[in-house]
Write a protein that binds this ligand. Structure first.
Ligand code: NAD
Length: 367
């Protein structure tokens, strides 16, 4: 019997758009079950973000949502965006809400694990011998770089042409703080860190490389290497097992973490954690709102469920509960249950809801 704690964890739920509400429902049901089983008390508060928030309030990140998040112990986010809001002005786009949440909570470090599960070897588009054993952590800088740099905008020129501008900028302190997170992450893993940049062309990347190299003197137990981003993309699909921990900026990390995701077979399997210096972290799947399958009970809820497990481990200090969830995910895969995105021959096809049900049975069976 696990002794109950007095603490009630306040969790802000941001289901968002598309498949978001479907996969969030599964994750919340799993958390409630784990809470009962492990005597962990949760208080869930749902808030609006993305397109759902635009429809209800006109803003993709209403002030009260940010405030609710700030007051909580952790934020569990599903996904935002969809065709309906694609043509709105930038300030009203769902993605602007996501960027606002990250900067509003000071979440500068995004941890994205890409681990291949033996049960899903066949779901990868790469050969099994290439991906078997892949276990990569991408540490992506999240609040700087070209997504936030100024000047930015579309400007009218005197000759009548338009000029689109985004600015890639990093200060030394921004590089150092993400570098520290990356070196410390590598220390807890395989002790190898690959820093990815474009220092052969971009000054901002040269500063990145210089600072990371200097920082490495404080982490003699971590073996540092550097790759240009184009080569890194190539190496990720050519020989992914060479990587342990990767650190890179916002734009390169956005792209490389999706490529790393596909090594594992489906983007529907991958969780992430976004952390700041203090305050609540945001835990969310790597994938988007999948508008092509929204509302059809086809979504894979496992990335959302594994995000809830990351929340328990990194945000709430409940590693045993996290482990229970992760083991249940492996158990249902062992039992052969698959959503469409990870389906392979001979397996049992299930929808989003049924995947939730078999997961809960697996958790109950582990009691
Ligand atoms: P996406 O990740 O939503 O979808 C890419 C492909 O993967 C689609 O075929 C989709 O059906 C599939 N997929 C994604 N998640 C899945 C799941 N859980 N189960 C099964 N299949 C899944 O990326 P996209 O199509 O480029 O973007 C769609 C919308 O999502 C856009 O509006 C985009 O801006 C937004 N988006 C949001 C986030 C976020 O919320 N963090 C991230 C990326 C994209």
């Amino acid at each position: 019997m696990i002794a109950p704690t007095n603490k009630t964890y306040r969790i802000t739920l941001l289901p968002g758009d598309g498949i978001g509400p479907e996969i969030m429902a599964v994750a919340v049901a799993v958390l409630k079950q784990i809470g009962e089983q492990q005597a962990i008390a949760f208080e869930f508060n749902e808030a609006l973000i993305g397109g759902a928030a635009i429809d209800a309030t006109g803003s993709p990140l209403p002030d009260e949502t940010l405030e609710t998040c700030r007051q909580s112990d952790a934020v569990l986010l599903a996904s935002i965006g969809g065709y309906k809001w694609d043509n709105l002005p930038r300030a009203q786009r769902p993605e602007t809400g996501l960027l606002g949440l990250r900067s509003g909570l000071g979440l500068f470090a995004n941890l994205r694990p890409a681990t291949i599960l033996p049960q899903l070897l066949a779901a990868s588009s790469l050969k099994p011998e290439v991906v078997e054993g892949v276990d990569i952590m991408v540490v992506r800088e999240l609040t700087g770089g070209i997504y936030f740099g100024s000047p930015k905008g579309i400007f009218e020129m005197e000759n009548g042409e338009q000029r689109g501008v985004s600015t890639m900028v990093y200060t030394s302190s921004e590089i150092d703080r993400i570098g520290k997170v990356a070196f410390e992450t590598a220390q807890k893993r395989g002790g190898r860190l690959c820093s990815v940049d474009k220092a052969n062309v971009l000054e901002v990347s040269q500063l990145w490389r210089d600072r990371i190299t200097t920082l490495s003197q404080s982490y003699s137990d971590v073996e540092l290497s550097h790759l240009y981003v184009d080569n890194a993309a190539m190496q990720l699909v050519r020989a992914p097992k060479q990587f342990d921990t990767i650190v890179t900026g916002n734009l390169f990390g956005d792209i490389l973490s999706d490529a790393a995701a596909m090594l594992t077979g489906s983007i529907g399997m991958l969780p992430s954690a976004s952390l700041g210096e203090s305050g609540p972290g945001v835990y969310e799947p790597v994938h988007g709102s999948a508008p092509d399958i929204a509302g059809q009970d086809k979504a894979n809820p496992l990335a959302q469920v594994l995000s809830a497990a990351m929340m328990l481990r990194y945000g709430l200090g409940q590693p045993a509960a996290a482990e229970k969830i992760e083991q249940a995910v492996l158990a249902v895969l062992d039992q052969g249950y698959r959503t469409g995105d990870i389906m392979s021959e001979g397996m049992t096809p299930v929808g989003c809801k049924e995947m939730g049900e078999v997961l809960r049975k697996a958790i109950a069976a582990s009691e």
